[in-house]
Design a protein around this ligand. Structure first.
Ligand SMILES: [Cu+2]
Length: 130
């Protein structure tokens, strides 16, 4: 029996086991980062000041006028029991959203914009972007 092999093999085996363990660890961690991002992103979005909530309730936008900075986002929350959508000429024209659903729109240009709803023509929001 060669003493050489006895000396080498245990060490090699240990190293192989360590590599395998590292691979398994990497594999097991694969889903953790994206999951953390998915869980944290909405929370961070809600906490940051560059998001403002506009409620769609009683066939009106509340508030009806808002001032934001360039690059900030308005999140429209439908708190009515029927559908709404939003549009602003030249900027966006969204799908209809049901009760409890949200629409996010980011305003990247400075100016004053009118946001309306095709379904309820009396709904009007004035957005000042500085
Ligand atoms: Cu509407």
């Amino acid at each position: 029996m060669g003493g050489f092999q006895e000396l080498i093999w245990p060490d090699t085996a240990t190293r192989l086991n360590q590599t395998e363990a590292a691979c398994r660890y990497k594999e097991s961690m694969k889903g953790v980062f994206p999951t953390a991002v998915l869980v944290l992103a909405p929370a961070l979005l809600a906490w940051s000041d560059d998001t403002h909530t506009i409620v769609q309730k009683g066939r009106s936008f509340r508030p009806g006028e808002v001032t934001i900075r360039q690059g900030e986002t308005l999140v429209f929350t439908n708190e009515d029991s029927f559908i709404h959508q939003i549009y602003s000429n030249g900027l966006f024209d969204t799908e209809e959203k049901g009760p409890g659903e949200n629409i996010s729109e980011t305003f990247s240009r400075a100016g004053t914009f009118e946001v309306r709803c095709h379904i309820h023509p009396k709904m009007r929001l004035v957005v000042h972007v500085r």
